[in-house]
Ligand binder design. Structure first.
Ligand SMILES: NC(=O)c1ccc[n+]([C@@H]2O[C@H](COP(=O)([O-])OP(=O)(O)OC[C@H]3O[C@@H](n4cnc5c(N)ncnc54)[C@H](OP(=O)(O)O)[C@@H]3O)[C@@H](O)[C@H]2O)c1
Length: 234
């Protein structure tokens, strides 16, 4: 149940939820690695937190395999791959919807197929789904999240009994995903989201990150999607 000396990889560990997961795992004395595309963010994490990282595109299978060939197997592999999409089914182009599903579902499917070969005994994979939003205004994103949830159920059985897979499902939270918004837009969005969340606010990063840690530490949970969303879908 402890992460001490466990080897933990956070794909997308240089910003937002993933960075918080990496720092929490490091505080629990795990041996933490992160992947992100931006070299500066990787360097900053090494400098600020002494967490080792590599800059690569985890949607590229050859770069991902190269990383695992170099760094070997892990006890836990976390994926933050995926984006966001606003737009309905009728007013978005098929290409826009396809990109959202590619980035969320197929990128993670490919990652799971590769990463599952580099899991240590009793290791686990944790993906990132998403809650909130509606099919009518977040079409491709919702399909991507639902596809992740379904994949987790299937792969859990395929990986058992040696390995586990789960997902964490946050709702809208201020992270690097929204770095294009200015502070006024961010504040407005926070207020709008909070109004529709039963708990009346947006999440703190550590509230979301601690769910990944919990799923790493509990050896008897597999195939689950843990919502950390203030009850937004209720
Ligand atoms: N924040 C929200 O409101 C929210 C809500 C529901 C679900 N989610 C889900 O949470 C995840 C995003 O996390 P976040 O909100 O914490 O966003 P974030 O702050 O933008 O972090 C994303 C992380 O993933 C890395 N990354 C993205 N694409 C990559 C790629 N192809 N290869 C390697 N690294 C990559 C980013 O680094 P680089 O940019 O340097 O590559 C960064 O470290 C997504 O799956 C998203 O769908 C977010």
């Amino acid at each position: 149940m402890s992460l001490e000396n466990d080897k933990v990889l956070v794909i997308g560990g240089t910003s937002g939820f993933g960075k918080e997961v990496a720092i929490m795992a490091q505080h629990k004395k795990a041996d933490v690695y992160v992947i992100g595309r931006d070299q500066e963010r990787v360097n900053k994490l090494r400098y600020d937190e002494n967490i080792q990282g590599s800059s690569l595109n985890a949607q590229d299978p050859s770069q991902l395999r190269g990383f695992f060939d170099k760094y070997g197997s892990f006890d836990h592999i976390v994926s933050m791959l995926g984006g966001a999409m606003g737009g309905s089914f009728l007013d978005s182009t098929v290409a826009e919807i396809r990109v959202a599903i590619e980035d969320k579902f197929f990128a993670n499917l490919q990652l799971v197929q590769i990463a599952s070969k580099y899991l240590r005994q009793h290791g686990s994979i944790i993906l990132t789904s998403g809650s909130g939003g509606h099919p009518y205004d977040a079409s491709g994103a919702i399909i991507g999240n639902q596809a992740i949830n379904t994949m987790v159920e299937g792969v859990a059985v395929e990986l058992a009994p040696d390995h586990r897979i789960n997902a964490v499902s946050p709702t809208w939270t201020p992270t690097g995903l929204w770095r294009d918004m200015n502070s006024q837009q961010l504040a407005q969005q926070k207020t709008n989201v909070a109004e529709n969340v039963p708990l009346g606010r947006v999440a703190k990063l550590d509230e979301v990150a601690s769910a990944y840690i919990y799923l790493m530490e509990n050896d008897f949970i597999t195939g689950q999607v843990l919502k950390v969303d203030g009850g937004v879908d209720l």
